[in-house]
Unconditional design. Structure first.
Length: 76
């Protein structure tokens, strides 16, 4: 497996070491699992449309005002 140097904040490294000791796994395994979860969440977030509100269909027989009707009630 290739090796790459990554700088990790000291507080995060302490937490990773603590988790590794508690679970009996290596630091690499904790970091790989955490990174895989974070990347999956990031992909999910980036694939979700920002606008989740979709326009509702206009019920049959209802009146939708046109541009002139809307402008007539606004004070310009």
């Amino acid at each position: 497996m290739p090796r790459t140097r990554v700088d990790i904040e000291p507080t995060l490294l302490c937490e990773v070491k603590r988790i590794g000791r508690r679970e009996g796994v290596s630091i690499s395994q904790v970091v790989n699992e955490a990174l895989a979860i974070a990347l999956a969440e990031r992909r999910r977030r980036l694939q979700t449309p920002l606008l989740t509100c979709l326009p509702r269909p206009t019920p049959a027989g209802s009146h939708r005002p046109d541009r002139d009707e809307i402008l007539s009630v606004l004070d310009f």
